[in-house]
Ligand binder design. Structure first.
Ligand code: LMR
Length: 397
């Protein structure tokens, strides 16, 4: 049965984690996988998460099954976090939210559900997009098309080209959009561009599918939902997958959600039943622990405030590092203009160097980053920045 199999190459992002761990160079720097790191290079459990976990341990009375949709209260809290209270209320009759095993589980559940509703539906994804979007969506049966997004020369969004390609997207097609903190390039749509996307969706009838994996790490918890809410207010249908991996630091607990807005309450009921049976056929029901922690934090005003305060510090640290990196590269006499890094959002930016130069950084300097030259800015700190800047300077000289 398995004799014919050969090992596959390591995952381009997750493979970097094990390579970094195995490296004994004391100067090594991990700019690979998208996890938040503090000044000491650690990824701590957030204060509110620790407190909620303590309370949960003391109060939980059962571990009986929940159901394919997960916890109803978590779903409502997450819907409000993403849509805002007003839109969450006005769409209540035509909206459903499913707790999912992380953002990846949400993306796959959405793709399987869509493929059951419309087999082989086309989904337009940005070029570039997060590498794992392709198997998560494509292996479910969706047909992947690309739209131009990032100009590597000017480090800006190819908006005219993007919109020209999206003219082809029609009713029955989907368009995947990064809600904020675009992964991998960090270049986000501005308000005017979101409005243009909304208008095109209204005119052509395609269904936007928003991946919101970094809410709170761009401009703010509310600000990062501008696009989601703009589209949710105007469009008959919308698919949103959100994640609590990064903004609650719950990576390994697998906490995410799939929210679907339908045109009518009747179509939502039918869609919800199909999503539930799809979840049942894949993983039956999502894991409980992390979602209950999120639910407790969002339900408790003191924990909620503390979570948001810590998230703000994380965001500000990343933004500060963006500025610092640009300044230090300049101060080190690097002539190339890296100022774009300062204006991009979230954890990621491309350095804009070649694959060979990336490989040199990895092999000769123990600086780990994805071949595309995507860096996780949160992996920089005051102790490693000089080594990083000098290494980049030598590699691009
Ligand atoms: C990343 O892009 O590094 C993160 O989303 C982690 C992952 O699963 O790839």
């Amino acid at each position: 049965m398995f004799q014919h199999l050969s090992p596959l190459a390591a995952d381009p992002i997750l493979g970097l984690m094990s390579a970094y761990r195995a490296d004994s160079n004391p100067h090594k720097i991990d700019l690979g996988v998208g996890v938040y790191k503090d000044e000491a290079g650690d990824t701590p459990v957030m204060r509110a998460v620790k407190e909620a976990e303590t309370r949960l341990l003391a109060s939980q009375k059962t571990k009986t099954y929940v159901g394919p949709a997960g916890a109803a209260l978590f779903n409502e809290e997450v819907a409000q976090l993403v849509l805002g209270k007003t839109l969450a209320a006005s769409t209540r009759e035509r909206r459903c939210t499913f707790q999912t095993p992380g953002g990846c589980g949400g993306l796959r559940l959405a793709a399987e559900f869509i493929n059951k509703s419309k087999p082989g539906a086309r989904i337009f994804v940005s070029d570039p997009t997060w590498a794992n979007h392709i198997p998560l969506l494509g292996d479910a049966g969706l047909q992947i098309e690309k739209y131009p997004y990032y100009d590597y020369g000017t480090h800006s969004i190819r908006f005219d080209d993007m919109m020209a390609t999206l003219q082809k997207a029609q009713a029955g097609d989907l368009v995947l959009l990064h809600g904020c903190c675009h992964n991998p390039c960090g270049a986000d749509l501005n308000h005017e561009q979101w409005v243009a996307v909304r208008d095109l969706a209204l005119k052509n009838g395609f269904t936007p599918f928003i991946d919101l994996a970094y809410q709170g790490l761009g401009d703010g918890v509310e600000e990062d939902c501008y696009g989601v809410r703009l589209l949710g207010e105007a469009l008959p249908e919308l698919v949103i997958v959100s994640s609590c991996s990064k903004n609650f630091g719950l990576y390994r607990e697998r906490v995410g959600a799939l929210t679907v807005l339908c045109e009518t309450a009747a179509s939502m009921k039918a869609a919800a039943s199909l999503i539930a049976s799809t979840a049942r056929g894949i993983y039956s029901m999502p894991p409980d622990h992390g979602a209950t922690v999120v639910e407790m934090i969002l339900q408790d005003s003191a924990l909620h405030a503390d979570w948001e305060q810590e998230l703000t510090q994380m965001r500000e640290r990343i933004n500060g590092l963006r500025t610092l990196l640009v300044e230090r590269l300049h101060a080190a006499g690097v002539e190339r203009d890296f100022s774009f890094i300062q204006h991009e959002k979230g954890m990621f930016s491309f350095l804009g160097i070649s694959v060979a130069q990336v490989q040199t950084l990895v092999k000769d300097y123990s600086i780990y980053l994805v071949d595309s030259s995507r860096i996780n800015v949160a992996g920089i700190n005051h102790d490693n920045i000089d080594y990083l800047v000098n290494s980049i300077k030598k590699v691009i000289a």
